[in-house]
Design a protein. Structure first.
Length: 383
């Protein structure tokens, strides 16, 4: 006996809808259909749009390399500070053949980072200036060289074949911190700190932390997120927990911000050590997606045990769109975590499910302000 699955639009069975979509996809994939579509006005517009969007995906890697070259050569900042320049002048200053510099500048204008003026010289565009206005974005763009190298063979990344450059860049993710020297910790802390302020502002916009409280930030690096919370909320105190190698950078930031009396530092590994007690709120900012389900499950149990009844957990990181795939989480961050060799992006629904398994209740997942920066989930330890 065959069971019909209903629930589709207009009463059309879901199974029939799926069959119709499969048939339509097979039809569109036929060369003869594409030839016919090119002759029909409405179909021609759709075919052209599809073709353009497919080409945009194809050339996306080249566009990203144009951005990388503009940043590496310092051209965006130079055009901002010195004003419009000719290709010949920039070629001379950067030891690049003039005709190749011309191509780079043309490409920069084509993707909206530069403007070509009627005189033939080039100026920085609003989008290019915005890159310079985001703290640490130039450093993140330069860092993507590691990811691009790994994705030169995406199938090998998918099959987990060989050692990736990102796995070597983030060795702290693969263990509890043993053997990680101060130089690696400093590089990690600096790169994370560059982008963490944007994450902090978007997180607190979605999930404000007001009133008297003690916040424990687990895996908090040098303390950027905590610093922003304490700056906004004079009634709050903070506790930072991260690897011992990160503590010198955290201490320096704490002293520079004048937070010595409000912020305590705790060195340790959440893989191996218990979390400090005494916080009403615990935050995991860009932590879970670095790690496997097994590690995340164990960490969430530790967070639950460290909180008092009524205590609150905040998770903030890039997330998958789940049933509605979206570009930031399901393209960029999904492949970034794969190239790291551990971790994965998870949907808000999946994170809520894992939090519930750990014992948390009252989950909340506010709409993200900018999904390419972060999304957030909040839940509570029952009283």
């Amino acid at each position: 006996m065959t069971m019909e699955v209903h629930g589709g639009r207009g009463g059309v069975p879901l199974r029939e809808r799926g069959s119709w979509r499969s048939w339509a996809a097979r039809l569109v994939a036929k060369p003869r259909f594409q030839e016919l579509a090119a002759r029909l006005p409405v179909a021609r517009r759709i075919a052209r749009r599809d073709g353009q969007e497919i080409f945009d995906i194809l050339q996306g890697f080249v566009a990203s390399q144009v951005l990388s070259a503009l940043v590496e050569l310092g051209l965006l900042r130079q055009l901002l500070e010195d004003g419009p320049q000719t290709a010949a002048n920039l070629a001379f200053r950067h030891d690049v053949p003039a005709h190749r510099m011309q191509h780079l500048l043309q490409a920069g204008a084509a993707i909206g980072l530069l403007k070509r003026r009627r005189s033939g010289d080039y100026a920085i565009a609003r989008k290019g200036a915005a890159i310079l206005g985001v703290p640490g974005l130039e450093g993140m763009i330069a860092h993507n060289r590691e990811l691009y190298a790994d994705l030169a063979d995406p199938v090998s990344v998918l099959r987990e074949e060989g050692q990736t450059r990102l796995a070597q860049f983030w060795p702290y993710v693969l263990g509890g911190g043993d053997g990680i020297g101060p130089d690696v910790a400093e590089k990690y802390s600096a790169l994370m700190a560059d982008s963490q302020l944007l994450v902090a502002r978007d997180t607190l916009g979605m999930l404000p932390l007001n009133g008297p409280m003690t916040l424990l930030d687990v895996g908090g690096g040098s303390g950027v997120f905590l610093g922003e919370v304490l700056r906004r909320n004079a009634q709050a105190n903070g506790m930072l927990f991260d690897l011992p190698q990160v503590m010198p950078a955290a201490q320096a930031r704490r002293e520079a911000a004048g937070l010595t009396g409000r912020l305590t530092l705790h060195g340790g590994s959440f893989r191996e050590d218990e979390l400090p007690r005494g916080a009403d709120v615990i935050s995991l900012i860009r932590v879970l997606y670095d790690h496997s389900d097994e590690t995340v499950t164990a960490l969430l149990r530790k967070v639950y045990e460290a909180l008092p009844p009524g205590g609150r957990l905040i998770v903030s990181e890039p997330m998958s769109g789940g049933a509605r795939p979206e570009r930031a989480g399901d393209v960029y961050f999904a492949f970034y975590t794969m190239a790291m060799g551990t971790g994965q992006v998870r949907s808000a629904e999946r994170i809520v499910e894992m939090c519930k398994t750990a014992g948390f209740t009252d989950p909340s997942a506010p709409a993200p302000r900018r999904a390419f920066i972060t999304s957030a989930v909040s839940c509570v330890k029952p009283t």
